[in-house]
Design a protein around this ligand. Sequence first.
Ligand SMILES: NC(=O)c1ccc[n+]([C@@H]2O[C@H](COP(=O)([O-])OP(=O)(O)OC[C@H]3O[C@@H](n4cnc5c(N)ncnc54)[C@H](OP(=O)(O)O)[C@@H]3O)[C@@H](O)[C@H]2O)c1
Length: 302
Amino acid sequence: MVARGAEVVVLGRRPEQPTDGVRHVVWDGRTLGAWADELDGADAVVNLAGRTVSARYTDRNLRQMMDSRVDSTRVVGQAIERAARPPAVWLQMSTATIYADARSRPDDLPHDEANGIIGGEEPDVPLYWEYSVRIARRWEETQAAADVPGTRRVALRAAMVMTPDRGGVFDYLSWMARVGVGGPVAGGGQYVSWIHGDDFVRAVDLLLEREDLEGPVNLAAPEPVTQRELMRSLRRAWGRRPGLPATRWMAEIGAFVLRTDTELLLKSRRVVPGRLLDAGFTFRHPTWDEAARHLVAERRRR
Ligand SMILES: NC(=O)c1ccc[n+]([C@@H]2O[C@H](COP(=O)([O-])OP(=O)(O)OC[C@H]3O[C@@H](n4cnc5c(N)ncnc54)[C@H](OP(=O)(O)O)[C@@H]3O)[C@@H](O)[C@H]2O)c1
């Protein structure tokens, strides 16, 4: 964006020095303040705020995951409502986690926006899985409830965004593949939906531009893979031998070490980009096998 001459303002909870043409402005993600003036006259607002979900699902963490998303979305809506020149478009982060566990679908189809089944009512899933769907629903409902008739709204139902950066989900999975615990977890038949970071950025670009696109949009590669295939490709890309299979309880231990939750490893997420494909979007990295090799090469290059 900066390279294209756009003025970029980043809202964050701590003051930061200007970097590479980006101006940083402080907000608290909950209440209106001087930061709201930055939205007045802006072309676009993209709200990515939310406490990381890569954490144990304790009551306290779950509450913060919910509040940080709902509160920041509500207050962005209020800032747009107040603006004399509201932004033309508001892209609001959401998540592909909003859909039901794929194994609960009787028709065995992946979830697109038209035929996807919103989760929360599958039998036999832990209560806290249902809670993360509830977070996603409230997140989207909060954006939809804002009174912003002049602003086009899009909810980004993003799958796992794979980038070569440290600390991201690709980093965690790569660690598992490299230390030899990257085998199938709990059978490995559960689906993983993913999107290469480059395609995520390109899709966001398209959604900023395309005035005909509104509402929920899945940001996921067209070919979700099973967890077993995901790890197999990743091990191959790193040049490793087969990984040890892991049972559900081993996943619990692994998740504890990674400070994340087993839902990220065990829920079957089979989400496809119906609306992006209909809009003519072409993926640079449509298949995981190639994307994994590309990401490993990028990581090594750095
Ligand atoms: N990465 C993925 O694969 C993925 C997939 C689907 C959806 N998402 C969603 O996309 C968003 C961005 O993802 P990310 O991976 O870039 O996450 P991230 O690195 O954790 O960034 C989220 C940002 O939210 C802000 N934040 C954290 N706690 C907050 C709080 N209590 N109140 C207000 N703001 C808070 C932080 O900004 P400051 O510290 O600067 O204030 C942080 O940089 C998240 O909402 C995530 O749930 C991510």
